[in-house]
Design a protein around this ligand. Structure first.
Ligand code: FES
Length: 198
């Protein structure tokens, strides 16, 4: 065997080892993936179809907000305290649609003063009705700025009150959208499903 033959043999051996390792690796990945995909696929499909999302609210304190995803959309659940609820009666003349008259923005059972099924709990999509940015919560009351707390969109400055009602003079044309939802129990909200009534 000359030097060229040794070289070629060595190259062939290295190639075999590389392919063998890759095949073993793929077999391992395949075997490990099957139960994972099998167990997660229905849930992923259900999510894509818009399966309802349960939100436990039993431990939420007044003034606290949680964020959840439903159909890939951000949803805010805010437990409003007494002061927050009282503020909803103020600044009405500064709001574009204080009485929720744009019917597409909420189920009819939330077209009320608080835009909610139960006044204490606001369930609202966290998507600005201008171009879809996520508004930020800003619950600090600042009378000098006529700000009673609510949501502020950092993209182009749209403002919404503590019921997701849009202020006049901002780019967002409508109130934040309220998703269908219902109370399964006092401590559990289901987003994405309702009974058509509060
Ligand atoms: S996306 Fe919110 S103000 Fe433009």
């Amino acid at each position: 065997m000359n030097e060229d033959d040794v070289d070629r043999l060595d190259r062939n051996r290295r190639h075999f080892l590389t392919v063998a390792t890759a095949v073993t690796g793929l077999a391992g990945v395949g075997a490990a993936s099957i139960p994972f995909l099998a167990s997660f696929k229905p849930s992923a499909r259900a999510q894509a179809l818009g399966a309802p999302v349960e939100v436990p609210i039993g431990s939420m304190q007044p003034g606290e907000m949680v964020r959840v995803l439903w159909r890939g959309r951000l949803v805010f659940v805010l437990r409003r305290d007494e002061t927050m609820l009282a503020k909803l009666q103020e600044n009405l003349d500064q709001l574009r649609d204080p009485n929720s008259e744009v019917v597409e923005q909420q189920p009819n059972y939330t077209a009320n003063e608080t835009r909610s099924v139960r006044p204490e709990y606001l369930v609202v999509e966290g998507s600005c009705t201008h171009l879809g940015c996520a508004p930020l919560e800003d619950f600090e009351v600042r009378p000098a700025e006529s700000w009673n707390g609510g949501f502020f969109c950092p993209c182009h400055g749209s403002k919404f009150d503590l019921a997701g009602r849009v202020y006049k003079g901002v780019p967002a044309p409508t109130n934040l959208r309220i998703p269908p939802h219902r109370f399964v129990r006092d401590d559990l909200i289901l987003i994405g499903q309702d009974t058509g009534a509060a």
